[in-house]
Ligand binder design. Structure first.
Ligand code: GTP
Ligand code: MG
Length: 309
């Protein structure tokens, strides 16, 4: 494990991939690796890109990655999205522009399913980001589909959160519903080659006036590679602001707090489900609840008392 971690620290792609797989499978041996990995993480800028399905997140991320490579920066991409074109063999679709990414040793792309065992996905995403960070990637981009609270939570991993919309009222309302307005550090109106981009920008601006939260709005056309330079300028400005104001440290604390609680919860679930002594006593408690002898709250207290003993 130690050797694997050290290889990952040197940027060895197979070691990185192997460690992320261990994280996904919830392997206990990962702990040993993370003891070595963690002290070396913290240098990368973690950018979350979210938005409802099909707004062009993956296409945009590819364009961002190409620009970062032109700037000489290495890039890690984690797509928390089973339907993403990053998935499996159809890595980046058949788009010729993306070929340089697929064969670039300084770009690491990984897709992760939405649900791990015991709901452990977010935990594994945190590990993946940390591993990529420690392996020396300058920029790490995390793609999530903003449809539910879980996806909004996942984005707590990011230093900078980019929320992507497209022209048209439907997506706009969905975005508000999904709670994405609150988490945006930068808005992107993608597919601005289509009609209606200006009115989406205006809607956004009046929304922000009402909520008294002003964040930059950038129009892009990811398929044309347009507006991506401006987006990267805003992303960099935001990172600089985070560093200048101490907000970066607050966000990192929040990220590690979420991760810590996630790990503890995961371990508790595992104990309750997998450890013989708990499985039996939980089974017995469930029987008593079902038979009306005990209420679920009192039963939960008994379980907790057992765990803390
Ligand atoms: N016209 C236009 N089409 C775009 C643009 N960006 C992306 N698309 C197209 O929109 C479709 C969805 O793009 P993706 O990048 O897969 O979108 P996504 O948000 O990652 O989708 P999910 O991961 O499934 O949520 C593809 O057919 C893209 O070619 C754009 O700027 N303009
Ligand atoms: Mg996608």
């Amino acid at each position: 494990m130690r050797e694997l971690a050290e290889r990952a620290l040197r940027g060895d792609r197979r070691a990185i991939a192997r460690l992320i797989s261990l994280a996904e499978s919830g392997s206990e041996s990962l702990k040993e690796a993370m003891e070595i990995i963690h002290p070396r993480a913290g240098r990368a800028h973690v950018i979350g890109v979210t938005g409802v399905m099909g707004v062009g997140k993956s296409t945009l991320i590819c364009e961002m990655a190409l620009k970062y490579r032109e700037m000489g920066k290495s890039v890690g991409i984690v797509a928390v999205d089973p339907t993403s074109p990053f998935t499996g063999g159809a890595l980046l679709g058949d788009r010729v522009r993306m070929n340089p990414l697929a064969s670039d040793g300084e770009v690491f792309i990984r897709s992760m399913g939405t649900r791990g065992k015991l709901g452990g996905l977010s935990g594994a995403v945190y590990d993946a980001v940390e591993i990529l960070d420690a392996s020396g990637k300058d920029i790490i981009i995390v793609e999530t589909v903003g449809v539910g609270q879980a996806e909004v939570d996942v984005i707590r991993i990011a230093d900078t959160t980019v929320v992507v919309l497209v022209p048209g009222l439907g997506d706009f309302i969905q975005t508000i519903k999904a709670g994405l307005m609150e988490i945006a550090d930068i808005f992107v109106v993608n597919k601005s080659d289509r009609p209606g981009a200006d009115s989406t920008v205006n809607e956004l601006k009046s929304m922000m006036e009402i909520s008294e939260k002003m964040v930059p709005v950038v129009c892009t056309s990811a398929t044309e590679g347009e507006g991506v330079d401006e987006l990267l300028v805003e992303v960099e400005n935001h990172f600089q602001m985070l560093k200048d104001t101490g907000e970066l440290e607050r966000r990192r604390r929040r990220r590690y707090e979420t991760e810590l609680v996630e790990i503890v919860m995961g371990r508790l679930k595992k104990m309750i489900y997998d450890e013989g002594r708990f499985r039996e006593s939980v089974g017995e408690l469930v029987r008593r609840i079902t038979d009306g002898e005990l209420d679920p709250h009192s039963a939960a207290e008994e379980v907790l008392a057992g765990l803390l003993r």
